[in-house]
Design a protein around this ligand. Structure first.
Ligand code: PPS
Ligand code: ADP
Length: 197
């Protein structure tokens, strides 16, 4: 569809902006079931990074669906478009030099892989927030699992809509076994070890 368009190169590069900010732009892509801990980890990580003088920004499922993606539902096609748009937004943020932390169920492997493919090499860190369905359901933070079991929410991930776990995520967090602090620490250690921080 994109015809007669020309890409404009700026005078300032992504590397220039990274130097200015004293950090590297990267996407930390959290994926997992509803209630697995994505938002909690994202917010804590953002706060810890802030205290270390690093600019991170959280893109969160519920919030983005109230604005940018308010026209999308939860069919496979809409989830695909949801993740495609978030991927493009994340790419812009990375180009701006920001550490982007995304918290979307992002249930389909192909959609996550597509996001990885549009980012420069090494700029996409997939984090599997791994938590058994039974535990997510017992937590039922928003009461959605109960509603889904009662048939009040169609296409609910883990119940009536699939979740495809990552095959080779950079990081796996077991939130039914590891504490929030441990999970955040695992991500920070990965970032330091791989020279993102
Ligand atoms: N049918 C259905 N399935 C799953 N989740 C549902 C559904 N309907 C509403 N919600 C709420 O929407 C949040 C998930 O939005 P996402 O944008 O992360 O979903 S997706 O990546 O497009 O699959 C999800 O947030 P989290 O619980 O934080 O994951 C729910 O609050
Ligand atoms: N290790 C952990 N990491 C993140 N959340 C945890 C952890 N252990 C327990 N929890 C709890 O699990 C719930 C996760 O909810 P939430 O972050 O909203 O999940 P999601 O964003 O994946 O839907 C919260 O009540 C949180 O306190």
């Amino acid at each position: 569809m994109a015809n007669n368009l020309f890409w404009h190169e700026g005078k300032i590069t992504a590397e220039d902006r990274e130097k200015l900010l004293g950090q590297k732009g990267v996407v930390i892509w959290l994926t997992g079931l509803s209630g697995s801990g994505k938002s909690t980890i994202a917010r804590e990580l953002e706060a810890v990074l802030y205290r270390q003088g690093k600019l991170a920004y959280v893109l969160d499922g519920d919030n983005i669906r109230m604005g940018l993606n308010k026209d999308l539902g939860f069919s496979e096609k809409d989830r695909q478009e949801n993740i495609r748009r978030i991927g493009e937004v994340a790419k812009l943020f990375v180009d701006a030099g920001i550490i982007v932390i995304t918290a979307f169920i992002s249930p389909f492997r192909a959609d996550r892989d597509k996001v990885r493919s549009i980012l420069p090499a090494g700029k996409f860190i997939e984090v599997f927030v791994d938590c058994p369905l039974e535990v997510c359901e017992a937590r039922d933070v928003k009461g959605l699992y109960q509603k889904a079991r009662e048939g009040k929410i169609p296409e609910f991930t883990g119940i009536t809509s699939p979740y495809e776990p990552p095959v080779k995520p950079e990081i796996t967090l077991k939130t039914a076994e590891q504490s929030l602090e441990e999970c955040v620490d695992i991500i920070l250690t990965y970032l330091r070890k791989n020279l993102y921080l």
